[in-house]
Design a protein around this ligand. Structure first.
Ligand code: PFF
Length: 465
């Protein structure tokens, strides 16, 4: 196929698409529950520091590498490797590592995303037909849902079909147009929900919790730093790939700042909404209704919603919102893999999207069956961790190892091995003089590697995060 001119995002297209990638289940599902588990304010503070000192600088580095090379993961890392003092095109392997991590992450992320579609349907049914707590409570209802293999595969499959269709449409037509329409709506609805929660009985206590500064465990520190990668889509070349579609007239520092800012605001708004609902329940009942806090989004929340004024309107809107946020993230995950086949293997985009989308669905089957449906996959051991099950195995390796290692390698490459002028040029293109270059370089050279290596040592020492 003749080389086509590379698609380029429109003026706000890139920021919206990248914000869409960053904002997802990490913000709305994961961040509130890990904040809840880790005691609130202090955890939030460390997380904010990690975003500012590690995430934000690395985000700029990934976008700059992508735009400089105008190639997706493998081509971009190999190309920038030629400008590095060490390694040469072998840095392409780091891109390959990102492609593999992207496929793995998507294979189980799509399963959680599928739950939001199921709960959208369920809350519509509850809102129109009347809400009644299923027998045994919402916790055991959710557990039963997880253990239904065919249902899990169905919703995972539905989500993969949506994702594949949008990626097949292409970067500007599919991804940009879709995120442009969805992201602003998302922000507005979440803001409305947050404003509405001011009237919720638990609002005062929720704010107290969110701003309470107390002692913090080392485990919480680890989790906060690890989550900074996950939430900003770093460490697996997603931002390199999106960066390759950014026009030369755009400012990378400004775009990076907007992405980090929006992502953080949405995560905090999600906490306000969730905690206002959670803290509205008396403490004793709270422990009982939540059981494991990781399931709050799907067990405690529906019940809380139907206790709130306007709840039957808010509940389906909320799940639609979470589903759409997940979709703009799954698109970026699939794009990392698809663009590899388009750029490196010259496959037509539609063919690549369908084959890769189908492949990732198959890759996710063991995880989908490991939530109770299949005994074999449910009891599959995780090397080095106490958790079991295929889902946990993949999540363990991706979150605890692959993202931090990918991020560390990129920070070292950009901070130490690529000529400073190359990246400085790129950061100043479309921006003007970048006053903070030295600080940025220090963050990549010293702060990020020290923090990440420290995390990895803790993980090796058995403190899985
Ligand atoms: N940032 C997404 C979230 O917070 O849900 C998850 C994610 C998307 C991670 C894309 C990595 C990625 F490349």
């Amino acid at each position: 196929m003749a080389a086509e001119e590379r698609a380029t995002f429109g003026r706000y297209g890139f920021i919206l698409a990248a914000v869409g990638s960053a904002i997802g289940l990490g913000n709305i599902w994961k961040f509130p529950y890990i904040t809840y588990e880790n005691g609130g304010g202090s955890f939030v503070l460390v997380y904010l520091a990690a975003i500012l000192l590690i995430g934000f600088p690395l985000l700029m580095a990934e976008i700059a590498i992508g735009r400089r090379m105008r190639k997706s993961a493998v081509g971009a890392y190999a190309g920038i490797g030629e400008k590095a003092s060490i390694g040469g095109r072998k840095w392409g392997l780091l891109g390959g590592f990102g492609v593999m991590t992207g496929a793995l992450l998507l294979s189980y992320y799509a399963i959680i995303a599928g739950w939001t579609v199921f709960y959208l349907g369920k809350t519509i049914a509850w809102s129109t037909g009347g809400f009644d707590v299923p027998e045994g409570g919402l916790g055991s209802y959710f557990g039963g849902f997880l253990a239904q293999g065919p249902t899990q595969l169905l919703f995972q499959g539905v989500f993969m079909v949506f994702t594949t269709a949008l990626v097949a449409l292409g970067v500007t037509k599919g991804i940009e147009r879709f995120t442009k329409a969805v992201m602003p709506v998302l922000g507005v609805v979440l803001l409305l929900l947050a404003i509405n929660s001011v009237r919720a009985p638990g609002f005062g206590e929720a704010m107290g919790f969110l701003f309470h500064i107390g002692p913090i465990t080392s485990n919480a520190l680890l989790e906060a730093v690890g989550h900074a990668f996950f939430t900003l889509s770093l460490g697996m070349a997603a931002m390199v790939t999106y960066g390759s579609y950014v026009g030369r007239d755009q400012s990378i520092p400004k775009a990076g700042l907007m992405i980090a800012l929006f992502d953080t605001v949405i995560a905090l708004l999600a906490c306000v909404v969730m905690f206002s609902i959670i803290f509205g329940v008396p403490e004793i009942a709270r422990a009982e209704s939540f059981g494991r806090s990781a399931t709050i989004l799907f067990t405690a929340l529906p019940e809380m919603f139907y206790d709130l004024p306007l709840g039957s309107l808010l509940a389906p809107i909320f799940y639609a919102l979470v589903g759409l946020a997940a979709l703009t993230s799954t698109i970026s995950l699939l794009e990392v893999v698809v663009s590899y086949f388009v750029d490196q293997k010259s496959w037509p985009r539609k063919k690549a999207a369908m084959i890769v989308g189908g492949g990732v669905f198959l890759l996710g089957i063991p995880s989908a069956m490991s939530l109770g449906a299949s005994e074999f996959w449910t009891n599959f051991p995780v090397v080095g961790s106490r958790a079991t099950g295929a889902f946990s195995v993949v999540d363990y390796f991706v979150s605890n190892w692959f993202l931090p290692i990918g991020g560390l390698a990129t920070a070292i490459l950009a901070g130490w091995f690529i000529k400073a002028e190359v990246l400085k040029d790129e950061l100043e293109l479309g921006h003007g003089t970048f006053k903070w270059f030295k600080a940025w370089q220090f963050a990549l050279r010293v702060i990020a590697p020290v923090a990440i290596i420290w995390i990895l040592i803790q993980v090796v020492g058995g403190k899985a995060f």
